[in-house]
Ligand binder design. Structure first.
Ligand code: NAD
Length: 497
């Protein structure tokens, strides 16, 4: 059976202490194996990245940018193949995979601005005859650890920018859908990246722990679930590394009584069920202000959900595909069971959907649950499935309080026609990414992506301007060239101009 290997120093390697099954979640079949790197293999990847660093650090940014321009072109030329690899292992339908890839390519485009972003700032005459400037210097070898749900996009949030800034990189992608990530890394080498600048190691906790503790790794970018994000952040920090660790989410939408209900329902349908709800920005909770708004939403949503098509990635007319594993499918179904047991109303039940031709796929259909209350398991925890919860409250303040009290603070949205309410919401809500009649307010590549509270550990968000700051060390240089023959007197007071 085909083994998905590592990319170390430009070579695909399949050495592994163990391997793990890779599934086609649409059919439930094992289609490949993935090599799980040993500590020694990860250390070799780190050594390779360290050896490549001195020359890459000195490579002019404009030359690095030329490689990124070619990389962008190769990503576009090979988009169909990339989307197919995503579909085979993640289960995403091609239109959704293309959306993911397009947002990933935006980050490559942003990295092409490297020479502009890295040029620093200069001040002449900060004192008599003294000039000062700052440089953005690379850190050295940096690592990225990424989740299964965006195997193309999330790695592209990290290494194009890190590499553009002059770092070398070791990437540890999700072992559940590794092929598109590996293929994309090979395209960057085809674009002209010197061997060893980007290395990919597939693996599990052994690989992650090696990256978190090895002193040659200077910084770690992580994206995944909150318990692992917290572990990664605390372990990397304890080992003296810079770390940004993005975690899970529970994204609420407030539906105000004055909302354009048809548009709100259309937006919520895509944002709750797209990609089977396996998005950290999925809208998974609708908080309706007043029973009239809740009744209208549930009624219209129930109608809209009659048309939802769940199925295999091979049929582009499907709206969304299966969940990533059987265990995750069972977990999502378990949350629906718990909601029922704890007194919520299952309005549309997606448990055990019939998907013709795919009896063993990991499917859950779109599910709508009304009368959910704080304290219920389905409300407190991240479900990460195609499940939309409806909560009913009496006021906008009550809705905002729910959101502000929740442990996660990744994304949120308000549906309203009232500008004053929207402005108040955006100003006071304790969430990092806010939409106003925008269900998935994922920042574009030239902004930065990050949640608040337990959705992000660390003080810098991913990609964009924060990404440049994360992947560089600021150095400020102050210089004077005294005229020859001029004698300078000793000064004991603190220098000032
Ligand atoms: P995960 O936390 O299980 O895995 C993420 C990475 O951590 C993988 O590379 C995995 O191999 C590694 N890992 C898993 N268990 C580990 C352990 N015990 N020790 C060390 N490393 C470990 O996450 P996932 O299931 O792949 O992805 C889904 C999660 O990611 C969801 O919670 C989702 O909200 C979150 N996510 C967040 C963002 C964001 O930007 N905030 C984006 C995408 C996904």
């Amino acid at each position: 059976m085909n083994i998905v290997g590592h990319l170390i120093n430009g070579e695909i390697r399949t050495d592994a202490t163990t391997t793990q099954d890779v599934y086609n979640p649409a059919s439930g079949e094992v289609t490949k194996q993935v090599a799980l790197a040993s500590q020694a293999t990860v250390e070799e990847a780190i050594a390779t990245a360290e050896a490549a660093y001195p020359a890459w650090r000195q490579t002019p940014p404009a030359k690095r940018a030329k490689i990124m321009f070619r990389f962008k072109q190769l990503l576009e030329d090979n988009a169909e193949k990339i989307c197919q690899l995503i579909g085979e292992e993640h289960g995403k339908i091609s239109h959704d995979a293309m959306g993911e890839l397009t947002r990933g390519i935006e980050n490559v485009e942003f990295a092409c601005y490297g020479p502009e972003m890295l040029k620093g700032e200069h001040s002449k005459n900060v004192g008599p005859g003294i000039d000062s400037w700052n440089e953005m210097q690379p850190l050295g070898v940096v690592a990225g650890i990424t989740p299964f749900n965006f195997p193309a996009m999330v790695p592209l949030w990290m290494y194009p920018l890190a590499i553009m800034c002059g770092n070398t990189f070791v990437l540890k992608p999700s072992e559940r859908d590794p092929s598109s990530t590996l293929y994309i890394a090979q395209l960057l080498e085809e674009a002209g990246l010197p061997k060893g600048v980007l290395n990919v190691v597939n693996g599990d906790k052994v690989a992650v722990d090696t990256l978190l503790t090895d002193p040659r790794i200077k910084a770690v970018s992580f994206v995944g679930s909150t318990p692992i994000a917290e572990y990664v952040y605390s372990t990397a920090s304890a080992h003296g590394k810079r770390c940004q660790a993005l975690g899970g989410a529970k994204n609420h939408a407030i539906v105000m009584p004055d909302a354009d209900m048809d548009n709100a329902v259309a937006a919520l349908t895509g944002a709750a069920f797209g990609s089977s709800g396996e998005r950290c920005m999925a809208l998974s909770v609708a908080v309706c202000v007043g029973d009239a708004a809740a009744d209208a939403l549930v009624d219209k949503m129930t109608n809209a959900m009659q048309d939802l098509k769940v199925g295999a990635y091979t049929d582009a007319s499907n709206d969304f595909g299966p969940l990533i594993t059987e265990a995750h499918r069972n977990k999502v179904s378990g949350y629906i069971d718990s909601a029922e047991q704890q007194g919520a109303t299952i309005v549309v039940d997606g448990r055990n959907p019939e998907v013709a031709g795919y009896p063993n796929g990991f499917y859950v259909g779109g599910t709508l649950i009304d009368n959910v209350k704080p304290g219920m398991t389905c409300y407190e925890e991240e479900i990460f499935g195609p499940v939309l919860l409806v909560l009913r409250v009496d006021s906008m303040e009550e809705a905002m309080q729910l959101i502000n009290d929740h442990e996660y603070g990744n994304g949120t949205c308000i549906f309203t026609r009232d500008g004053e309410a929207a402005r108040y919401f955006a100003d006071n809500i304790l969430v990092g990414m806010v939409g106003i009649n925008i269900p998935l307010p994922v920042p574009v590549a030239y902004h930065s992506f990050g949640g608040w509270k337990r959705s992000l550990f660390g003080c810098l968000s991913a990609y964009g301007p924060d990404g440049v700051r994360f992947y560089t060390n600021r150095k400020t240089i102050t210089q004077r060239w005294p005229s020859s023959g001029v004698r300078e007197s000793v000064q004991f007071s603190f220098p000032s101009n």
